[in-house]
Design a protein around this ligand. Sequence first.
Ligand SMILES: [Zn+2]
Length: 179
Amino acid sequence: MLETEGPAEGALLCWDNLKAVVQLADKYDMAAVRCICASFLSIHRAEIGLLVHDLNSPKNDLNAASLIDRYLTYPKLESFLAPVNQVISKSLQASSATEANKVVSRLRKLTDMPDYPELINTSVQTRVLKALTRDLVPVVCPWCQKASRLWGSASDANDKAFECKCGANFGNLPHRWTL
Ligand SMILES: [Zn+2]
């Protein structure tokens, strides 16, 4: 399975054995095998999903991010893993408060699991924390009390005043609100 020559070997790699193979590649410092694993993640990145897959599956975004962080962070693998990281980042964002609710609800379940601290790397936990304190948090209009966008998108429009549908204008930091 870990032979790196010949066309068929890559095909033997699958989601079920990915973690074991990545760990072996790490243990024995096999760059070619690491490359096959990174390539596998890149090719199959559309199958990665936060909302559908269990925390212990590498198809789960947080699990995949932890595998990459622990075993596959090498400059030569960046071209394979950049698109995978984009998929993972996107799973921790939302385009509306309703969508954010779904992601937050899922993250509540995942972060509550007993093996979360062990399975998920500290750096990935930090990404989750950032999402939960920023990207997935609705901005509530201080005037009408309605949530009509998310802090994540607010921070993209740095320093631009935010206008609520009710007519109130405020910047993207609370102390700059002007009503
Ligand atoms: Zn308002």
